[in-house]
Design a protein around this ligand. Structure first.
Ligand code: LIP
Length: 273
């Protein structure tokens, strides 16, 4: 079986799981949601739906691919024997989910050698679903990116001063202060900023031309694994610190013809892009 065909097969499984998990989470949301616990700070929340949805996704993965590994935001961790890891964010945009803001997603990817902070190998398949709008974004390695069957492509030919830029902020007060200082350097130089609250949907938005650039510090692999593949397959350049691989230190994503100018602006604003 060719690698593209294998990736397409993994995508079909990931899509089915993501759609079922999306229905599960939406139904649970409608039944009501409350904070179950906090993590790194009092605003870094987790709900019972996060945990229950991840447990549901884990059961579906083990049913379909019992020998693969799992890396999940809410603790679903499993060492596999195939070299493939399922990278899962059951509810990306948890604060939006809690407040009922329709910008949260189920994000599922299949990657080689994934860890919580970065992915060492290739990402082979990725699905991001917005359960509220019903939008499904997906990609397989070498197979292109699509949204509900429609091919996705990043915006090209956008000058830095006309770029619509997505970003996000961490949960720790001191980190947020530093991120606000970076924003002071970026905001005057671009069209505008959008802080939508879900990195997975930010990357899917980039892939579909709804934003022109994205940068964020502090994202874990589960936040960007699926969206990063979707963005790359839609033509984006995705990177991290000083042009290296994206990881928890930094993620930068734009169309190739905007990347160098945007990275230079980030460096001038205090980010080691
Ligand atoms: C979220 C990210 C978002 C970031 C938020 C939060 P979570 O993930 O997707 O980009 O700005 O602070 O980290 O915690 O909702 O899964």
């Amino acid at each position: 079986m060719t690698s593209n065909a294998a990736s397409a097969q993994l995508l079909a499984i990931a899509r089915d799981i993501a759609v079922r998990a999306s229905e599960f989470a939406l139904e649970a949301r409608r039944a009501g949601v409350s904070v179950a616990a906090t993590k790194s700070t009092p605003t870094d929340i987790v709900t019972a739906v996060d945990r229950d949805t991840e447990a549901f996704i884990r059961s579906l993965i083990l049913e379909a691919r019992p020998d693969d590994g799992i890396v999940g935001e809410e603790g679903a961790a499993r060492v596999g024997t195939t070299g493939l890891d399922w990278v899962v964010d059951p509810i990306d945009g948890t604060v939006n989910f809690l407040y009922g803001i329709p910008s949260w997603s189920v994000s599922i990817a299949v990657a080689e050698q994934a860890g919580p902070r970065r992915i060492e190998g290739s990402t082979l398949a990725g699905v991001v679903v917005n359960p509220v709008t019903g939008e499904l974004f997906e990609a397989s390695l070498g197979g292109g990116a699509r949204s509900s069957g429609r091919p996705l492509a990043v915006n090209t030919g956008v000058p830095l001063g006309q770029a619509l830029v997505a970003t996000g902020f961490g949960y720790a007060s001191e980190v947020r202060r530093e991120q606000a200082e970076v924003l002071l350097g970026v905001l005057p130089e671009v069209r505008d900023i959008r802080r939508m609250g879900s990195a997975a949907l930010d990357l899917a938005s980039l892939a579909g031309g709804r934003v022109d650039a994205l940068y964020e510090r502090g994202l874990n692999a589960w936040d960007h694994a699926a969206g990063g593949l979707i963005a790359r397959e839609a033509g984006a350049r995705v990177g991290g610190v000083r042009g290296g691989r994206e990881d928890v230190e930094l993620l930068v994503a734009t169309a190739p013809d905007l990347y160098d100018a945007f990275a230079a602006l980030l460096r001038a604003s205090g980010v080691d892009a």
